[in-house]
Design a protein around this ligand. Structure first.
Ligand code: NAD
Length: 356
């Protein structure tokens, strides 16, 4: 029986409520398709700070590096917000984990499910049928460039460097072109080449690489226009590829097309071990109340099966089960509509399991 080891890291807030639902789903898939999933628990974020003093304990990094994939809930919360920036859970654990695992590509699909068209704040005719995926560069750009702060005669000076190399651009663009080949064969590369030198290198590099993918249509779009087009006519997008900070902002915008951030999975890949997590945070406002939507985490587990283990059929079975559940009447609070039945986090997980 094929065996896959998964580092399971619930983290903080709703992380401890949503991750167990994804594990139930994986258990059921394992039983149905004859795979053995070994769950190996680890601590990260605020939970790890409280237990060990460090947001990413060495044992957790070693656990992740030694597993076949990582399933993460969310990190952070008000309790740790007053820590100095470099020690805060989000920075000290997530950025360090991405770096430690060599995860340079963040993949975030935004799919509008027919049953949830009404949940979006945009008009149904604008969002219905949206099915796009953003490939965001994750380990370069301004978030990782040299930072500086110094006193000046009239106050302070702060500086963040935005650096990209040809190799960094090529490897994320290649993933985007490969993904487009299996979808609707269109890549939109987003930059700010009219202003930024790093964006000019981005555009030149992506254009050069596109010669290897003559079957894929490439278009370039400035980031400000892309922010507008995502709201105006999101159906024009298939695969979007962009740098770290632009991707950070655009993926949250794309999230809102779907109605709730509780629906959006993500995958971070690049190294031997991929990491899978919902796109949302630890939602302290609803934590501990069984109100969280576990579907983003369950769909992240499906992405793990697809991208880390090559189990496409199993991934699709989970995605289909989620669609079927949404075609029914049950909703978690974030998706609640008049006439529907409110269910808890665990009940939503059970509904998916029952359809596998
Ligand atoms: P958030 O994503 O945690 O919450 C934003 C809003 O969406 C809240 O109203 C929340 O209740 C709701 N929400 C989020 N996930 C939901 C779900 N699954 N079901 C139903 N509703 C859901 O963002 P925030 O409030 O800005 O951040 C809270 C904490 O999470 C902060 O400490 C932040 O730094 C951290 N954070 C962590 C990650 C991560 O772990 N990857 C990402 C973003 C924010």
């Amino acid at each position: 029986m094929p065996k896959y080891s998964i580092a399971v890291i619930p983290g903080d807030g709703i992380g401890v409520e949503i991750v167990p639902e994804a594990l139930k789903v994986l258990e059921k898939i394992g039983a149905r398709f004859n795979h053995q999933f070994e769950f190996r628990p680890g601590l990260v974020g605020g939970a790890a700070i409280d237990a060990t003093g460090k947001a990413l304990p060495d044992e957790t990094l070693a656990l992740c590096q030694g597993s076949d994939a990582v399933l993460l809930g969310a990190v952070g919360g008000p309790k740790w917000d007053t820590l100095p920036a470099p020690e805060r859970p989000e920075v000290a654990s997530l950025l360090a984990l991405r770096k430690g695992l060599g995860l340079y590509a963040n993949i975030r699909p935004a799919v509008v499910y027919p049953a949830l068209v009404q949940a979006s704040t945009l008009k149904p005719e604008v969002v219905s049928g949206v099915d796009l995926v953003v490939f965001r560069e994750l380990t370069g750009g301004i978030y990782f460039g040299e930072k500086k702060r110094e006193k000046t005669a009239d106050g302070e000076l702060a500086q963040d460097n935005l650096v990209y190399t040809t190799r960094e651009i090529e490897r994320i663009a290649r993933l985007a072109f490969e993904a487009a080949r299996k979808r609707r064969k269109k890549v939109t590369s987003v930059d700010k080449a009219n202003v930024l030198e790093s964006s000019r290198l981005w555009r030149e590099t992506v254009t050069r690489l596109s010669a290897e993918y003559p079957d894929v249509t490439l278009e370039h779009m400035y980031v400000d226009n892309c922010a507008m087009q995502l709201i105006r006519w999101p159906k024009q997008f298939d695969v979007v590829v962009t740098e770290n900070m632009f991707g950070d902002i655009l993926t949250d915008e794309a999230a809102m097309l779907t109605g709730s951030i509780g629906m959006l999975p993500s995958a971070s890949i690049g190294g031997r071990v991929g990491m899978y997590e919902p796109s949302h945070g630890s939602a302290p406002d609803i934590a501990g109340q069984q109100k969280a939507n576990p579907l983003a985490t369950i769909l992240s587990a499906a992405m793990m099966l697809r991208y880390s283990f090559g189990l496409e059929e199993e991934a699709q079975v989970i995605e289909k089960a989620v669609v079927e559940v949404l075609n029914g009447d049950s909703r978690t609070g974030d998706l609640m509509e008049p006439g529907k039945k409110l269910v808890t986090t665990a009940e939503m997980g059970e509904l998916v399991v029952a359809r596998l």
